[in-house]
Design a protein around this ligand. Structure first.
Ligand code: F6P
Length: 198
């Protein structure tokens, strides 16, 4: 049996402002979400946590890590959020005005759309695959591992287990007050979506 805990980072300043990408820090609410995760997972054994190289991912992982007796934390750039290229740091409304064609093209086919000078879901898949393989390799036979990822990253990871059609992947709901727990046995995969605040 193997347990994968898939967590999204807590609220950031950019999330609050509706801006995409960047490397902003957690807000007070985001820090509280991270603390709540730390309390929630104290009773669990999480020997490995994989983060992205972004501050919001690290900050979210810290209280979880601190609540564990033995835990290795490793940052993998493969789990960095989708690179929005020329649209990084912008609000969707701003993109709509500044790059209307890009906005329209993404609306039409979000999975295959690739941001100029950036990535798309379709081009991100390979590095996420690579990150997952690395995480599984590094965690060896451990019973549990956690990934503290991002909205698009977690959608991609979940899609491997949920067998979603590719066109649906960019629309999977990834809240910041819940995490996904995936249990893999030789025969089946079980899912639960767990709320940890409120
Ligand atoms: O808004 C948060 C965020 O993680 C952005 O950094 C990223 O560009 C976006 O979500 C991905 O979601 P979508 O593909 O729906 O734009």
């Amino acid at each position: 049996i193997r347990n994968l805990y898939l967590v999204r980072h807590g609220q950031t300043l950019y999330n609050m402002e509706g801006r995409i990408g960047g490397d902003s820090e957690l807000t007070q609410q985001g820090l509280e979400q991270a603390e709540a995760l730390g309390r929630h997972f104290r009773g669990f054994s999480i020997p490995y946590i994989f983060t992205s190289t972004r501050r919001r991912s690290h900050q979210t992982a810290t209280p979880i890590y601190q609540g564990q007796d033995h835990c290795t934390v490793k940052a993998l750039s493969e789990f960095d959020e989708i690179n929005a290229g020329i649209c990084e740091h912008m609000r969707y409304e701003e993109i709509k005005h500044k790059w209307p064609n890009e906005y329209r093209r993404r609306q039409k086919d979000k999975y295959h759309y690739i941001y100029p000078e950036g990535e798309g879901y379709i081009t991100m898949k390979e590095r996420v695959d690579k990150g997952l393989r690395k995480a599984l390799y590094l965690s060896g036979n451990a019973e549990a591992l956690m990934i503290v990822g991002h909205q698009a990253i977690n959608r991609m990871i979940l899609s491997y287990f949920l067998f979603r059609r590719t066109e649906d992947v960019p629309f999977i709901y990834i809240p910041q007050d819940q995490y996904f727990h995936i249990v893999s046995t030789q025969k089946k995969k079980l899912f639960e979506q767990v709320r940890f605040t409120g």
